[in-house]
Write a protein that binds this ligand. Structure first.
Ligand code: DC
Length: 234
C-alpha cells in the first residue's frame, strides 16, 4: 500500500483554517477535508429530527436521543467538481449547514463521544486512502496523531467574531447582531475546548499561527512555509 501524507490544521472558528487548508490542498494537490461540515451535517440532521438545541449548552438531555439518531445517520462525503459536499441519506446538506443555528447544534453534538467516534472513523478512512489536508479541532491531537504536518491556527475572539459576522452579512443573513455572533462564538469556544473527549487543543508538535493581525494571503504564505519546511521540500 502506498503511503499517504496528512496535514492537520486545527483551531477555533473564524481563525481562517478552512481558507488556509483549501489553499494548501490546492497547492499540494491533496484532498481537502472539512471535518466541521460532518458535525454540522449531524447537527442539522438532529434539528430535522426534532432535537432542540436552543437552551443551555449542557446537552446531557439530548445525549440519548442523539445516540439513537446516530444509527440512522447515513453520512457520505463526496467531491463534486473538486468541492466537498456532505450528503445525509442521499440528500445534499451542503448549502444548509452554515447558519448560526447549525453552528450551535454542531458544537453541541460534537460533545457526545459516540458521535465523534463515528466521524473519526470516516475521517481516518479518508486519510488512509489519499493525501489529505484536514481541518478541525482535534485532527492533530486525536484523529491523525501521526500527521506529517500540524498547524494550530488561532486569532483573538474579537477578530474571529468580526470575520464570522462579515461572512454572515455577505451571505445575506442579517438576522444576528454583532454582539450575538460574538457571544455565540465565545460560548462555542468554551464548549469545544471544555468537552472531555478530544477537545479543541493545540498538539504539542503543532506549529502555532496567530492570524489576529495578518491577512489571509499572509496567513496562507506562513502555513505554506511551515508545510514545505516540514516536508523537507524547502
Ligand atoms: O469548523 P466548524 O465551525 O465548521 O465546526 C463546527 C463545530 O463542529 C465546532 O463548533 C466543533 C465541531 N467540530 C469538532 O468538534 N471537531 C472537529 N474536528 C471539527 C468540528
Amino acid at each position: 500500500m502506498s503511503q499517504h501524507y496528512s496535514i492537520a490544521i486545527d483551531g477555533p472558528s473564524g481563525a481562517g483554517k478552512s481558507t488556509i487548508a483549501k489553499a494548501i490542498a490546492r497547492d499540494m494537490h491533496y484532498l481537502y477535508l472539512d471535518t466541521g461540515a460532518m458535525y454540522r451535517a449531524f447537527g442539522l440532521f438532529a434539528i430535522k429530527n426534532g432535537v432542540d438545541f436552543s437552551g443551555e449548552w449542557s446537552n446531557k438531555r439530548n445525549e440519548k436521543s442523539l445516540i439513537a439518531l446516530l444509527n440512522d445517520f447515513d453520512l457520505d462525503v463526496r467531491y463534486v467538481d473538486g468541492v466537498q459536499r456532505v450528503f445525509v441519506g442521499g440528500e445534499d446538506y451542503t448549502d444548509f449547514i452554515r447558519t448560526n443555528e447549525v453552528s450551535k447544534a454542531a458544537s453541541a453534538v460534537a460533545v457526545v463521544s459516540a458521535v465523534r467516534l463515528k466521524m473519526v472513523e470516516l475521517q481516518r478512512k479518508i486519510a488512509a486512502g489519499a493525501n489529505v489536508v484536514m481541518d478541525g479541532r482535534d485532527i492533530g491531537t486525536y484523529v491523525l496523531p501521526n500527521a506529517a504536518v500540524k498547524v494550530f491556527v488561532t486569532a483573538s475572539p474579537l477578530a474571529r467574531a468580526k470575520r464570522r459576522y462579515k461572512e454572515l452579512l455577505e451571505k445575506g443573513d442579517d438576522s444576528h447582531t454583532f454582539e450575538q455572533v460574538y457571544s455565540d462564538m465565545i460560548e462555542r469556544d468554551k464548549n469545544d475546548s471544555s468537552r472531555a473527549f478530544a477537545p479543541l487543543s493545540r498538539a504539542d508538535d503543532a506549529a502555532l499561527l496567530d492570524t489576529t493581525d495578518i491577512g489571509l494571503e499572509e496567513s496562507i504564505a506562513a502555513v505554506q512555509n511551515i508545510v514545505l519546511t516540514k516536508l523537507g521540500l524547502k
